[in-house]
Write a protein that binds this ligand. Sequence first.
Ligand SMILES: [Fe+2]
Length: 355
Amino acid sequence: MLVATPLEPSLRTWNDRPDGLPFVVEARGGDRGADALAGWIAAQRDQVRDRLLAHGAILFRGFEVFDAAAFERVARAVDADLKNEYLGTSPRNALTSHVFTASELPPFYPIPQHCEMSFTAHPPRKLFFCCLVEPAAGSGETPLADFRKVLRDLDPDLVKRFEEKGLRIVRNYSGPDGGGRFDLWKLKRWDEMFQTTDRAAVEARCRAEGFEPTWTAGGGLRLVSTQPIVRRHPVTGEPAWHNHVTTFHISQAAGEYRRIRALRPTLAHFALWQLARALEALQRRKPVEERAMECTWADGTEIPTAALEAVRDAVWKHLVAVPWRRGDVVAIDNFAVSHGRLPYRGPRSVAVAWA
Ligand SMILES: [Fe+2]
């Protein structure tokens, strides 16, 4: 049990059962400043670490963490070793040297559950989010899912099939002259991702990460890589489903919208679901190598959508969507718990950092 010394008695914890997701530390008075929170985390370092390992995520609520600099101080109190190299697919803007907007993808676009950068050689150990501007009620949550439980729930034969067949990820990035960021058919530009236009430097970085680069017509870059299905936690050794198949597979948008529409049955969600199905049918006409992003078996053959649906069912069963409040900070163990984003309307600002 956490002992809330510096802020006691103005602080309470909830969701205390050992696997409650997320564990919550809430300020209910006293000094609610970001530095008070950072100081409290530093003073409770061992217990914060143990709670993060057990629950997989901690939500710090009720504190005045209202800008990127304050968020960075709180994140550094949990882990001083923040990183700032991002090899993912979301367009992001820098707010400080180590804090970014979580995703500049359009609001209506759902982000499926994933462990951050699981397709890289060394995924982040921890991930942090902070809500700077609350989204409208009933939208824009950053749901979490315990991927250790997802692995336990999946049919062992299906997991075995994934492990035997392996994954192959194809990502097609546009080049420096590659047009708009928000083109649904394209990922962001490769020079944005690697923060250089030097092709030799990009190739060297790809080699370090195990990405096979191919320069394509029109100045684009295709990355092909493989990745594990399951990873063991570096501290606890617990296995977790730890791959990007549900994010990169061609069925991802329609699969997500179908479930979002069931959760929030609006006409807009129905229309987006149908649009995603139509776009998926169009993408399927292209060869695998030319799709914006795709995940196949390692031999390049297509993974049946039914297999993906079984994974999505297990993921959604464990989905926890806590509505954001301004100032919320969430610390996530990236080797245990996944995150995603539900569509939203109106303003919303969520910042991200990782270690
Ligand atoms: Fe992410």
